[in-house]
Design a binder for this molecule. Structure first.
Ligand code: F6R
Length: 261
């Protein structure tokens, strides 16, 4: 696992956008994994800037979302499919239909989960998966106790996650759905490169467990320690509980610039 400590979200976004840009230069039809929430927003803004400057195109890209709430009306602004359209897909040249997500309004939710797994496999898997981390250590919506071998399925959100996400629902915890469909930890682990972004002191404990704790279903993101290519980008506040922060900085400072993340 590579840990990259940067001063702020904008510096992190530039590094992640560099990585996406070089992936697309090598493979214009790459498959991207998209996260929602606050963490990837600066990355999306940076990618949009580069698209508008003509530096990259997503015209041949396909993308898969990590998760979706169950039961939000199709036109609800916080439905993740709508969020990703607003924050990213609708601002670049991703063709209509290029972004897929699990269908949280399907009649048969387990069948929708299986269909989603099949769609990711049919696309050849995800090349680069963007991730945020919950303050309880979840990635996608794999809450503590999730099977480390899980695939896309229905999950119940913890009250902490519902409280954390209430800010997107005018502060009303009761408006945050209780259930979601989420890629499982094994689904995420199948992506070829995992890129996790975390900023702010509220993520410091989860980041500490992710990078330096034992692998455990209690902190689901720790499964990433088993991934051969996982990059964790954090700001100084999110890095504040890392015991080896000095070493991570030294390693990154000594890395040749051509090497990328
Ligand atoms: C969103 C997702 C979640 C978020 C996590 C952090 O698709 O899968 O795991 O990444 O809840 O959320 P933010 O970035 O809003 O702090």
């Amino acid at each position: 696992m590579e840990v990259v400590i940067q001063p702020d979200a904008a510096a992190i976004a530039r590094l992640v956008a560099d990585e996406v840009q070089s992936l697309l230069a090598a493979r214009p039809d790459a498959v991207l994994g998209l996260a929602t929430g606050s963490s990837p927003l600066a990355v999306y803004d940076e990618l949009v800037r580069r698209y508008e400057a003509g530096a990259l195109s997503l015209a041949r890209v396909r993308a898969f979302m990590l998760d979706e709430y169950v039961g939000l009306p199709d036109d609800h602004p916080e439905r993740y499919r709508n969020v990703i359209e607003r924050e990213f897909a609708g601002r670049v040249d991703l063709p209509a239909g290029a972004v897929q997500g699990p269908d949280g309004n399907a009649e048969d939710l387990p069948a929708a989960c299986a269909a989603y797994e099949a769609a990711i496999a049919a696309a050849g898997g995800v090349d680069l998966q963007l991730l945020g981390i919950g303050s309880d250590g979840h990635i996608a919506f794999n809450e503590p106790g999730s099977s480390l071998a899980s695939r896309t399925r229905i999950k119940t959100l913890t009250s902490q996650t519902r409280r954390d996400n209430a800010r997107f629902f005018d502060g009303d915890v009761e408006a945050v759905p209780r259930h979601c469909l989420t890629q499982g930890l094994a689904t995420i682990m199948s992506a070829r490169h995992l890129v996790l972004v975390a900023t702010g002191a509220g993520k410091a404990e989860a980041v500490h467990h992710l990078v330096e704790g034992p692998v455990s279903a209690m902190w689901p993101a720790t499964i990433m320690q088993h991934h051969p290519r996982a990059t964790v980008l954090v700001d100084d506040a999110a890095a504040s509980r890392l015991q080896l922060a000095g070493y991570y900085r030294e390693v990154f400072a000594g890395k040749p610039s051509w090497q990328g993340l």
